[in-house]
Design a binder for this molecule. Structure first.
Ligand SMILES: NC(=O)C1=CN([C@@H]2O[C@H](COP(=O)(O)OP(=O)(O)OC[C@H]3O[C@@H](n4cnc5c(N)ncnc54)[C@H](O)[C@@H]3O)[C@@H](O)[C@H]2O)[C@@H](O)CC1
Ligand SMILES: [K+]
Length: 500
């Protein structure tokens, strides 16, 4: 959605009798809840306030956060009386008592204040035009500086100030947000790869009664928690492991046993009824002791031995190695005979690319390449954006594409480009893709379509990585694929209970 579309939709809502004040109160309160969910331990929060209603959202959020135990401070771009009327009202409701600048807050505190330092970017929202000017530019620079030098986390209201909400262009001095809490619907500029380094994790706050039906469906959308809820409904009481489905995993080789272990555990942790792992007989003795007891392991000397086992989905590729020409040929023959939904990852993609067998990328397949693997499958894309590469891929092949990156894209032919909301830079480590493959395999096994399984897997793994940091004692540096596995349960629960 564009900024203009959002302004028109909001104007219609207000015309229908909903007050602007109640909208702002709702937006600010829900934003505060998102902040509290990302930072469960209250700390210090500073609102950076521009003259428009974007600042109003931040002022409301500050009021709620203070109620929940946060110490709050305000930095206004100019005199407070120059704020829009509704924002002046919200400033008054926040009150003067106990609200200072960050410096005053820290001067008065005896000893260091506990908890995180969070900055709310309420400088500019959908009313922004052009590059940041005057005091807003100075405040934006101050926020970015605090982020760098004080370990502060920045949460953008609606969009990061200095980012064009329609194009994703980044103006000089734009706010670098760790989280962007967007109101009503994700503005299209937030979903462009150009804005990626400024937008961070995107969370959506819906506005009840906002009617977006008249707006043409976008060709890019957010893989949001709200859109995934139908995929994580509670199980029937009579559920049995046949409903949960069987996942068959072909993974691992000498020196890459861990990939198979992570994929199999990912499938288990995402709810598979049965997980069967097929490995080369030569590594069977080594891998058996590394696997959870719930995984059934089948030692094989040829791919044909996989066929007789009944299954609902396949995960093929983690840690199998690229192999020589003859192995690649046998491997591609094997794939040709698989009829169930499947995830192809890692060396499965490299083998297909090496053998030039891209026609194996059928509608049955979810493929999960990172940019390097994608380049091997689709070499002629130098200078293309990620969105262009994804579109070109879908024009050529009918598979569901999960294109890994700091903003993972999920798409397929005739579907929008769906940009995943969750995750962080700590996921740039070995093993994360293996877990993801297993999780998607489990989602396929219980009957989700390829597109929905890829969306759910991507969201859940990203959220689990966030939880590993926010409640699991990890940092971006220390988070491992194993930590993601440990937090998958809470990630699914978050979806079901309306988490960010
Ligand atoms: N309108 C509504 O019903 C709702 C609005 N909400 C919030 O209000 C925001 C929109 O509020 P506004 O329309 O007041 O717009 P902004 O808060 O984006 O502020 C726009 C004002 O900032 C100044 N400005 C624009 N570009 C600038 C630049 N490059 N450098 C310096 N100053 C600049 C101009 O004076 C302009 O009037 C949304 O993004 C959202 O955060 C939410 O509270 C939900 C409800
Ligand atoms: K903002």
């Amino acid at each position: 959605m564009t900024c203009e579309q959002m302004r028109s939709a909001e104007a219609l809502l207000i015309k229908s009798g909903v007050s602007e004040e109640s909208l702002m109160e709702h937006a600010g309160r829900e934003i505060a809840k998102v902040v509290a969910s990302f930072f469960p331990r209250p700390g210090k929060v500073v609102g950076f306030i521009g003259t428009g209603h974007n600042g109003g959202d931040a002022l409301v959020a500050l009021r709620y956060l203070r109620q929940w135990g946060w110490k709050v401070a305000v930095e206004c771009a100019g005199q407070e009386k120059r704020l829009k009327k509704l924002s002046v009202q919200m400033r008054k409701m926040l009150g003067g008592d106990g609200v200072r600048t960050l410096e005053q807050l820290e001067e008065r505190a005896s000893g260091a204040l506990p908890g995180p330092l969070v900055l709310l970017d309420g400088l500019l929202g959908v009313g922004a035009s052009g590059p940041l000017r005057g005091p807003l530019l100075e405040l934006s620079k101050k926020m970015n500086q605090l982020r760098l030098t004080r370990g502060a986390y920045t949460v953008a209201m609606d969009l990061p100030s200095g980012i064009d909400g329609n194009t994703g262009s980044v103006y000089h001095g734009a706010v670098i947000a760790d989280y962007t809490v967007t109101v009503g619907a994700a503005k299209v500029g937030l979903l462009q790869s150009s804005a990626c380094n400024h937008v961070g994790r995107i969370a959506l706050v819906e506005l009840p009664e906002l009617d977006l039906s008249g707006i043409a469906s976008p060709d890019v959308c957010l893989n949001s928690a709200q859109s995934l809820v139908p995929n994580v409904l509670r199980r029937d009481h009579e559920y049995h492991k046949g409903n949960a489905g069987t996942v068959s995993i072909v993974a691992g080789s000498r020196g890459m046993l861990g990939a198979a272990v992570l994929a199999a555990t990912g499938a288990l942790r995402a709810g598979a009824g049965i997980v069967r792992l097929f490995v080369s007989a030569s590594i069977y003795n080594q891998i058996v002791g590394m696997l959870p007891a719930e995984v059934m392991v089948v030692p094989c000397t040829s791919y044909e031995e996989v066929y007789p086992y009944p299954t609902d989905s396949y995960v093929v590729g983690p840690g199998i190695g690229v192999g020589n020409q003859s192995e690649q040929g046998q491997f591609c023959e094997f794939l040709k005979n698989l009829t169930k939904p499947m995830v192809l990852d890692a060396d499965a993609l490299n083998r297909i690319a090496a053998a030039g067998e891209q026609e194996l990328l059928t509608a049955n397949v979810v493929l999960t390449p990172h940019p390097g693997e994608m380049k091997r499958l689709l070499p002629e894309t130098t200078g293309y954006t990620r969105e262009q590469i994804a579109k070109l891929f879908c024009a050529l092949y009918p598979s569901t594409l999960l294109y890994k990156g700091s903003k993972t894209i999920i798409t397929r032919r005739h579907f929008p480009i769906c940009v995943n909301a969750t995750g962080h830079a700590g996921m740039a480590s070995g093993g994360q893709g293996d877990v993801l493959s297993g999780v998607i395999g489990a989602c396929l096994a219980r009957g989700l379509s390829q597109f929905e399984a890829a969306r759910l897997g991507s969201w859940a793994c990203g959220r689990a990585a966030e939880l590993a940091v926010s409640i699991g004692g990890c940092s971006e540096e220390s988070v491992l694929a194993t930590d993601v596995l440990q937090h998958l349960g809470r990630a699914f629960e978050d979806l079901r209970t309306g988490g960010a």
